[in-house]
Design a protein. Structure first.
Length: 278
């Protein structure tokens, strides 16, 4: 099945599907099945990470899918304990081998872990991987504007992407604005919030009923219209298929205003400025 997802153009000219499939918290054996289902449903962007422990299952599904490699966009992430120039290069090799790929489309520093003070050195290793043609685009995850500003000042390649926690209850307006100014694409993790909470908010439910859609589809459509890249996660085949069906309807200004009003600056995950786990 071909993809129905439009691309965004990253700051180095590389095309990235605006909606992809995330495998956070998916065990390796389940990841293989879930990624296979996603590829069959038309997803072409797959987002994993070394710390997820499912790069091998993800790679097996990619290999078995029959989808040409050039049609896929595969992202993985450098874990905190592997930061530092040489350690980053070694970790990249391990991830690539587990995925069974010859190159990556996007490699991200998973967290800045500022107490380590190694993210600049790690990113310089990313620049080498990019220059060597082993990864098509490089970026970061969970970087705040001050982390990004330092990175831009001390390195030579502006990150293509910053993947941050972003959903209607944590809209990250200042971060998105800064990233847009720098030409960095904003990618949302936990785009649907956590659990059923956000999807049961009356305003979301009402908009879903108005459009004959599910609350999850409404939230994903909100991200798309903001210009975010989005990577919803599910292991349920029906939801995997449902989450990609968001390109045949639009939210109006009233809908967008109602969702905008839901911001609480409420994080589900750690604060990037203080999170330094190994």
């Amino acid at each position: 099945m071909s993809s129905k997802v439009p691309p965004i153009i990253l700051n180095n000219g590389v095309e990235m599907p605006q909606l992809g499939f995330g495998v956070w918290q998916v065990p390796d054996d389940e990841a293989e099945r879930a990624v296979a289902t996603a590829l069959e449903a038309g997803y072409r962007s797959i987002d994993t990470a070394a710390i997820y422990g499912n790069e091998e299952g993800t790679g097996k599904a990619i290999a078995a899918s029959g989808v040409p490699r050039e049609d896929l966009f595969v992202t993985t992430k450098l874990w905190n304990a592997d930061q530092g120039y040489d350690a980053t290069l070694r970790a990249f090799d391990v991830s690539l081998e587990k995925l069974g790929l010859e190159y990556l489309d996007l490699y991200l520093i998973h967290w800045p872990t500022p107490a380590r003070d190694k993210y600049v050195d790690s990113y310089k290793a990313f620049e080498k991987l990019h220059a060597d043609g082993r990864v098509r685009a490089i970026g970061v995850s969970n970087f705040e504007p001050d982390h990004l500003a330092r990175l831009i000042a001390e390195t030579s390649v502006i990150p293509a992407v910053d993947q941050i926690e972003l959903h209607p209850q944590l809209q990250q307006r200042a971060g998105r604005e800064y990233q847009a100014e720098q030409g960095i694409a904003t990618e949302a993790w936990s785009p649907l919030g956590s659990g059923k909470g956000l999807l049961e908010v009356p305003a979301i439910v009402a908009i879903a009923q108005k459009h004959g859609r599910t609350p999850a589809q409404v939230v994903l459509r909100w991200h798309i219209q903001l210009g975010n890249v989005v990577i919803p996660k599910s292991v349920t085949p029906s939801r995997i298929k449902e989450n990609i069906e968001v390109f045949d309807f639009s939210l109006d200004t009233e809908d967008l205003a109602a969702i905008s009003a839901l911001n609480e600056d409420r994080r589900l995950g750690p604060d990037p400025s203080t999170f330094n786990a190994a």
